[in-house]
Design a protein around this ligand. Structure first.
Ligand SMILES: Cc1ncc(COP(=O)(O)O)c(C=O)c1O
Length: 382
């Protein structure tokens, strides 16, 4: 008999992970698959970052750390944000976590009581509503327009705020849309939220190809910022992230962290210090490479017949309208995988607002992207 909770039974699969797992199954049978589905940077972690972790292990840094993380890393995070966005954060506002995902979990554990509402865009990063529902909260969706790059607006958000709203969740640069929020929009959202805290998932911060990126902390102190090392520093497997919170929330969050996570990996935290304090030219090179791929993939997708509502200028995704080929994104992505040998993410993974779309990740070499798109073009032509 299945003794799992009703909550656990309700949690939907993360389809993009299922696409990846099916692709790997096909690869084991000898099929050649091009991966354009997952958001895993194809670059190796920079050598000076890995070196810092080896050194830490050699020095015996293999025990629990302070539950909030190593002071030096917390200072580095605060310094990084202060320099980049001209802020005045202290290390006391930073908690180091084993990735952005545990930080999200911890935050929703802390913020939500039964029925509390969290306003978010639709399309959204797949896991957001699941985190909220798992903590007995209620996601409230704002359907965003394709032609505006799927961006939230202060007006559309204002209409969804009720006395039951516990937080507004934003994500810029965004997954799955690649949209970078305009500073005026961020400012407007902070204003509309007022006393309601804004949760800002800034994990793709730095991966911006036009203009400058922004942090919600430039516009309000009533915000929780989530960020991590997975994307900008190509460190998905290291599992390192952080949460920046207003001082009054730190102690309750710390108690949650102590109980449920204890602390982030100790030697990995040393790698995090090296990532933030070390040379940044490696990051700049990755950003320049992503931008070349972005330009290429956008042009090719349009040529093939996909619709691009508004040019994505951040992260490493394009959410392309595929309705010309099928209204059912799951079925289309399955056919493209099985028959063309290319793994892409079905839009439905990111909410009904992304149905009829496919998400293409350009965290892969130009050569592989070209091969994948050649295959898709040939398949769709037939
Ligand atoms: C928007 C967004 N938030 C959070 C995460 C999870 O990041 P982490 O590896 O830090 O847990 C991802 C991963 O793809 C993401 O796209």
């Amino acid at each position: 008999m299945n003794m799992f909770s009703k909550k656990a039974a309700r949690i939907p699969p993360f389809y993009v992970m299922e696409v990846l797992e099916r692709a790997e199954e096909l690869e084991r049978t000898g099929r050649d698959i091009v991966h354009l589905e997952v958001g895993i940077p194809d670059f190796p972690t920079a050598p000076h970052i890995s070196e810092a972790a080896y050194e830490a292990i050699k020095a015996g840094e293999t025990r629990y750390t302070h539950s909030m993380g190593l002071l030096q890393l917390r200072e580095s995070v605060a310094g990084y944000y202060n320099r980049k966005f001209n802020l005045d954060l202290g290390a006391g506002q930073v908690i180091i976590t084993s990735g952005t995902s545990p930080a999200l979990l911890m935050l929703f554990m802390g913020l939500l009581d039964k029925g509390d509402e969290v306003v978010m865009s639709n399309p959204y990063y797949s896991a957001y509503p699941n985190f909220v529902e798992y903590m007995d909260g209620r996601p409230v969706f704002v359907y965003t327009g394709e032609d505006e790059g799927f961006s939230l607006t202060p007006d559309t958000v204002a209409r969804k705020i009720t006395p039951g709203t516990s937080a507004l969740l934003i994500n810029s640069p965004a997954n799955p849309t690649g949209h970078v929020m305009y500073p005026e929009t961020m400012e407007g959202l902070a204003e509309v939220a007022g006393d309601i805290p804004v949760i800002s998932d800034e994990i793709y911060q730095g991966l911006v190809y036009k203009g400058k990126d922004h942090s919600i902390l430039e516009y309000t102190d009533n915000a929780f910022v989530l960020n991590g090392f997975s994307k900008l520093f190509a460190m998905t497997g290291w599992r390192l992230g952080y949460l920046i919170a207003p001082p009054e929330y730190i102690r309750p969050l710390q108690k949650i962290h102590q109980n449920f996570f204890i602390c982030a990996n100790s030697f990995v935290q040393h790698a995090g210090i090296a990532a933030l304090e070390g040379p940044q030219d490696y990051v700049q090179e990755m950003v320049a490479t992503y931008d070349k791929r972005r330009k290429y993939i956008l042009q090719r997708l349009k040529d093939i017949g996909f619709g691009i509502g508004s040019e994505p200028t951040g992260a490493f995704y394009v959410l392309a309208n595929a309705k010309e080929f099928s209204e059912d994104s799951l079925e289309l992505s399955r056919r493209i995988l099985e028959e063309a040998g290319v793994a892409v993410a079905p839009g439905i993974d990111f909410g009904e607002g992304a149905e009829g779309h496919l998400r293409f990740s350009y965290a892969n070499s130009l050569e592989n992207i070209r091969e994948g798109l050649d295959r898709i073009e040939e398949y769709l032509d037939t």
